[in-house]
Design a protein around this ligand. Structure first.
Ligand code: GRF
Length: 204
């Protein structure tokens, strides 16, 4: 069974969706550990409710990434838990070289927009401000290019008249919960092959 490690900074609704897919048998995987850079992240609480080991690891003094010592701690913790695939679920820090090399090709992220549009922070707000009629979400492999790794799957979500950041985010989030579990399932079945920027999805 595929061993997952989940990194989450805050709410953890994607984490919860993944857990529910596992519990219902739709996803054959096991979450070995959930790590957060915030001691009071709701994600840690959610994990513990399901009996999953949940650990706060201090990020160090850097603001946008983990400082090198902290990053080493994250990598060691994931390795000690024999994690095969790292799932970033609302993890608000950029991963640097040591992490990326240690789990090369084995890190996934979800972004609340149709990449390459609206990368970076506040993607839903960016889409609204830009006047996009459609936006969505993207699951991709993580590389050293921020929000720029090979795309595994996407879902399109309409922007409706009168939408606020909240209403749009909620509509996108429903799709996030669906496609993240789907991407992990494809990976767990050995069906994803990366060729340059393309992710080929093989039939069963
Ligand atoms: C999601 O919108 C995800 O796309 C983004 O951060 C948010 C995390 O939400 N990267 P949650 O913590 O999974 O509820």
């Amino acid at each position: 069974m595929l061993k997952l490690g989940v990194l989450a900074s805050d709410r953890g609704s994607n984490l919860e969706a993944i857990i529910q897919n596992i519990e219902s048998g739709r996803l054959s995987a096991e979450i070995r550990v959930v790590i957060s850079d915030h001691p009071d992240a709701q994600a840690l609480e959610r994990a513990r409710q399901y009996g999953i080991e949940a650990i706060y690891l201090p990020p160090g003094s850097h603001k946008t990434n983990l400082d090198p010592k902290a990053e080493e701690g994250y990598v060691t913790c994931l390795q000690e838990h024999q994690v095969e695939l790292v799932i970033l679920a609302g993890f608000m820090r950029i991963l640097m070289n040591h992490f990326l090399i240690s789990f090369q090709g084995r890190i996934m992220n979800i972004h609340p927009a149709l990449l390459p549009s609206f990368s970076g922070l506040e993607a839903q707000k960016q889409a609204l401000k830009y006047g996009a009629k459609y936006t969505g979400c993207t699951v991709h492999f993580v590389t050293d290019e921020i929000d720029g790794g090979p795309i595994i799957t996407q879902a399109v979500v309409p922007v409706l008249p009168g939408d606020t950041v909240e209403s749009l985010s909620e509509r996108i989030l429903k799709e996030e919960h669906r496609i993240y579990a789907e991407a992990i399932r494809l990976y767990s079945e050995g069906r994803l092959k990366v060729e340059g920027r393309q992710v080929i999805i093989n039939d069963k």
